[in-house]
Design a protein around this ligand. Structure first.
Ligand code: NOJ
Length: 733
């Protein structure tokens, strides 16, 4: 499949000629230097112990840094381009995950906007700010599909669905890289973590993954392929072993799929010490063996293992690694450096005035508002002006947490908290009580919280996780309810009898089964970024109408995990919903638990609004299509439905298209997302929403492991969530 390369950087004959000329001049040591990356300041994993970077750069032993920014980056660059023999510039990379100085909502929240234009804009803003501080490469987007919220890194991705994940992957890549890599505001994107990292067994970070090839190709690979086709310049190989083979030394995923099938022309960087870790996995005997296996498999750059530079030369001399493999890796790295224009313009123009502009803040606020998911509302929201408010909870005034678990250069002082906005707007009509800590809190603060609730008309309770310690990397949890004694605080406050609006701040789906019963309204706010306070207050008071939809299912209990919407049916599906009284009845021998429903508490695609939307029947243009024509891209299934704002407020609805196929050579999921659109509707307004299903949407990896459209029956839903709607059915012959 021909790749759609952004900016045409990968096949410019002038660049190719320069690459070859440079390669001819390089010593083996200089080549290995280009393939070696070191962390400048922060150590977010095992340390190499090396700090003699200036000498190393001068000797041509380093090709790239991570965690070096600003003037320090320019200082290293000066050494590289003035003192190293071949004057090859360095690339500076950083984890710019959801904004640089202007912190946007965390990626899971951004995905909940279902707004690819907005995500692209957020990534562009991040690129403009980061590049104005010397960073030209981000280790983002994380496009790992995550079906298990125990895994802390579910916060960094777009949730459980490959179709949405692919759309988000493309949006990030477009935003980061912009029109051309040679634009000084362009950041190299890095699709990570290739591949299967999100399927960690038991949700425990870094754990083994077992993914059969069909599932890999149908579910885990598509977002990577989408990002590659969009022109992503780099890919990061993951920590995990996939089906027993470490992902950072996997010839099948790196060589066969990424390079051969997708024709990826950029370079692959390992995750932090992932090459060295293949020794712990047990496939590599020692460091030299690890370096050999990884470079041969197709990992071009070594992040922090310090092995390519120190061990590969001997492997080459011993004839264990052909130098042609090293040459090819060097080509890939310097090709990107040429395409970035670094040889002509190696220095960053540091421009603090480009950070956190009013426009950037405005986009961060819009993103936060669109990311909020209203999970429950008995009518208390939006709040009425004039009501006395008790603002309670450890997250009501926590600037640090609003920045999420991994903000690049966000500062607490930049954050506008919920408490500060409410205090300004309501004055004496708001009372604040922290109530407890996020975790490890005693109940000493409960009395003050109860008192505040008593004297108010409504309680806003801000609860959730501690972003830096409980979400992101190395933050897997086995319990997913509210940490510490926050559930007790909720009970105590709810017992006062005033309506409770529960605001949740989390980096993952939580188990809210009990909490939801206590609250009159529940709004999932994730970690919303610098504009948390204004976005929340506008939403609470109805200046902004919630429109976010879940991109990962919220389980009823940890015992249900994994729970995701696009599962297979089984031969004994549970008819209807769980009924505890039916034990011993006809549904006894069906696939279910005896003590709980199979369904999640809140499904994928779910999210309420202050208005309501109604859906007309799914309209089909034809009742049958030819599989061969669909497969060749000569036909498309056209479907539409009318969507009406049936409530009293203007609102935006994320209209979702789902399919399910039967009669196929392998069982297909009960539903799969294959289209979505954000539609703005005034009260009473109706719009027809049309979708087309072509090869890209209908093909799957069949029993012969071919990616084809098969004959069968096709059900189609157009609905507001993965659990709603009435399907129409057509035939593919
Ligand atoms: C390890 C993480 O897994 C990866 O996502 C990140 O980009 C690198 N460290 C660099 O910080």
């Amino acid at each position: 499949m021909p790749a759609v390369w952004a900016g045409g950087w990968s096949d410019d004959p002038a660049i190719e000629a320069r690459v070859e000329r440079l390669l001819k001049q390089m010593t083996l040591e200089e080549k290995l230097g280009q393939l070696s990356q070191y962390s400048g300041n922060m150590q977010t994993g095992p340390d190499t112990g090396r700090r003699d970077y200036k000498e190393m750069v001068a000797a041509g032993e380093i090709g790239s840094f991570l965690n070096v920014t600003g003037e320090q980056a320019n200082r290293y660059q000066k050494i590289a381009v003035e003192r190293s023999r071949l004057q090859i510039p360095l690339i500076f990379g950083l984890d710019v995950i959801h904004g640089y100085r202007t912190t946007f909502p965390i990626p899971l929240a951004l995905s909940s906007t279902w707004d690819t234009e907005l995500v692209e804009r957020a990534a562009r803003i991040a690129a403009m700010e980061a590049s104005a501080d010397g960073v030209r490469w981000t280790f983002s987007p994380m496009v790992d599909i995550a079906r298990d919220p125990r895994w802390g890194r579910i916060s960094e991705g777009a949730g459980e669905d490959p179709y949405l994940g692919s759309a988000m992957a493309r949006a990030y890549v477009r935003g980061y890289q912009g029109e051309s890599l040679s634009d000084p505001t362009s950041l190299l994107a890095c699709l990570k973590h290739y591949v299967g990292y999100g399927a960690a067994e038991g949700g425990r970070d870094y754990n083994t993954t077992e993914i059969p090839e069909r599932l890999l190709r149908d579910v885990y690979l598509p977002p990577f392929q989408a990002g590659v086709e969009q022109g992503a310049a780099t890919v990061m190989s993951a920590f995990n072993a996939l089906n027993g083979v470490p992902a950072s030394a996997n010839p099948f995923t790196l060589g066969q799929i990424l390079r051969k099938e997708w024709q990826f022309r950029g370079f692959v960087v390992s995750d932090w010490t992932a090459i060295a870790e293949t020794v712990a996995h047990g496939t590599a005997i020692d460091g030299a063996d690890a370096a050999r296996r990884s470079i041969v498999a197709g990992v071009d750059m070594d992040m922090q293992s310090d092995l390519y530079r120190t061990a590969l030369a001997d492997e080459i001399t011993a004839g264990k690694v052909p130098v042609s493999i090293v040459d090819e890796a060097v080509r890939r790295v310097v090709r990107v450096k040429f395409a970035m224009g670094l040889f002509e313009d190696p220095y960053a123009r540091i421009a603090p005035e480009k950070m956190l502009t009013p426009d950037h803040r405005q986009s961060a606020r819009e993103a936060a508002e669109k990311s909020f998911v209203l999970l429950k509302n008995d009518g208390i929201l939006p709040l009425k002006r004039g009501a006395r408010v008790a603002l309670i909870g450890p997250l009501a005034d926590s600037a640090g947490n609003m920045l999420g678990g991994w903000s690049a250069k966000g500062e607490e002082a930049d954050v506008v908290t919920l408490r500060s906005v409410l205090a300004k707007e309501l004055g004496a009509d708001v009372t604040y009580a922290k109530g407890t800590e996020i975790s490890g809190g005693a109940d000493g603060g409960f009395a003050e919280a109860i008192e505040a609730a008593r004297s108010a008309d409504v309680v806003i309770l801000a609860l959730g996780e501690d972003a830096p310690t409980m979400t992101g990397e190395a933050a897997s949890r086995t319990e997913l309810d509210l940490p510490g004694n926050q559930e007790q605080l909720l009970e105590a406050v709810a017992a006062v009898g005033k309506p409770v609006v529960l605001l949740l701040f989390s980096g993952r789906p939580l188990v809210l089964t009990r909490a939801v019963e206590r609250a009159a309204a529940v709004l999932e706010a994730w970690f919303p970024g610098v504009e948390a306070g204004p976005a929340l207050v506008r939403t609470l008071y109805g200046d902004s109408n919630p429109s976010g939809k879940l991109t990962a299912s919220f389980p009823r209990s940890v015992g249900q995990l994994p729970v995701y919407y696009n599962h297979l049916s089984t031969g004994r599906p549970l008819p209807g919903e769980f009924d505890p009284n039916s034990i011993g009845s006809a549904s006894k021998y069906t696939s279910r638990y005896i003590d709980q429903a199979n369904s999640p508490l809140f499904p994928f695609g779910f999210g309420l609004s202050y208005t309501t939307f109604s859906y007309g029947p799914v309209k089909l243009e034809a009742l049958s299509y030819s599989a061969a024509e669909l497969d060749m891209g000569k036909a498309e299934v056209k479907i539409s439905a009318e969507v009406t704002n049936s409530g009293l407020r203007p609102g935006q609805e994320v209209v979702q298209l789902y399919i399910s196929q039967r009669g196929t050579s392998v069982a297909r999921p009960v539903r799969e997302l294959k289209g979505f659109r954000r539609v703005a509707l005034q009260p009473g307004e109706t719009k027809a929403v049309e979708f087309a299903l072509g090869r890209d949407e209908l093909a799957f990896w069949n029993i012969d492991m071919q990616d084809v459209v098969e004959p069968g029956k096709l059900k189609v839903w157009i609905a507001g969530s993965s659990k709603d709607g009435i399907p129409a059915e057509l035939t593919i012959e």
